[in-house]
Design a protein around this ligand. Sequence first.
Ligand code: GAP
Length: 472
Amino acid sequence: MSELTMEKLVALCKARGFIYPGSEIYGGLANTWDYGNLGVELKNNVKNAWWKKFIRENPYNVGIDCAILMNPQTWVASGHLGGFSDPLMDCRECHERFRADQLIEQYIKEHESDASGENEKKQTESPVDSWSKEEMKQYIDEKGIVCPSCGKKNFTDIREFNLMFKTFQGVTEDAKNTVYLRPETAQGIFVNFKNVQRTSRKKIPFGIGQIGKSFRNEITPGNFIFRIREFEQMELEFFCEPDTDLKWFAYWKQFCIDWLQNLGIKEDEMRVRDHSAEELSFYSKATTDIEFMFPFGWGELWGIADRTDYDLTQHQETANEDLSYFDDQTREKYIPYVIEPSLGADRVTLAFLCNAYDEEQLPDGETRTVLHFHPEIAPVKIGVLPLSKKLTEEAEKVYAELSRFYNCEYDDRGNIGKRYRRQDEIGTPYCVTYDFESQEDGMVTVRERDSMEQERIKITDLQGYFQQKFSY
Ligand code: GAP
């Protein structure tokens, strides 16, 4: 099996209709991507799998869908207007712009095994995220870190660059009409905490989940859909009693791990990284990142944080609205604590693509490219393939019946072997072949993608057969 590279994956995604470069006919727009005919099915399936397990089947949680544009006071309360920024520095020689924290992280990675172990120790004890601008600049100067572009050592001081996209509501482009594209979906949940609690009649503990677009003017987007400026998040804010937060933190952490593994992510492709005390945000009691081994290295997939009562308290103070919860059993009033598992839909879709990709050497010496998607997220569930165009009428009937329940693809072009390969390459778990015998015995051949095993199934039994195969 040959190694998966990002180049291979990007090429397959473009060729097969998963993901195309954005605005391509105009020469593109850097780091924007459009989901194609298969990509939209794949990402919708991923989002549906999240919604099914986190919202619909979960007894504690309900969903919401909030506006992207929110009252700007939201971003004052959340801290995004004041503090949602990246530390930037320019090279005075070649005028390239860099994130200081990333320059340092790269330097530490490359010098991890220095004799003293000092670098490695420094990173573990105090991650760069928690350093001040001055500490970062001092480190860069002390270590003589050079510009990755021109190799010189002539950087400007570090400036903070706010990541929120700004726009104007209404016709006047002034400060009074400035609004922001939300940088996360979470705040829509916090500002609706009281509404949802009242209308759903939920008692604590309960959670509110949301899937939606978020926007960040990232300085260093890249690695395909790993870091983009317009992306979707799947976030849950789980509200609980103050002293029960660490128990619920452990519960949701395991829930997230199980969700990934049930959809096929292997244990050796992921790792769980608990934040050290220095790395924790000042309001967080515990934070864990679930990371995935992408072809370019380990990358954060899912952030799970115990955010204490920080967010609701901030909104309570800024909006001057009582956001406390009254427990009618204990007669106690308190601001709930929040556990937040936050996952990027695009990023986890990328992880599923990497996880599924395989190039297999077959016994006949041929190589097949196959995407081993879990059936729940496979964009096409069943390929319907008539052995001959003479069988179109009957095969189309099978297709029409199965299409009522599953996203199916009808393919009557090329020899049957090539058609199987094509379905393998887009990750279709099952193919149904209608042949001349089918006319006689009312049966079709069902071929399974991974084992390539085939079995004859009665057409009238197909629905029950697939119902069992696709149960999730
Ligand atoms: N409400 C918390 C929050 O937004 P975050 O760690 O900034 O936390 C959560 O983001 C998740 O959203 C990340 O773990 C990642 O999966 C996804 N994400 C964040 N920025 C992204 C970007 N620029 N492109 C794609 N996904 C992103």
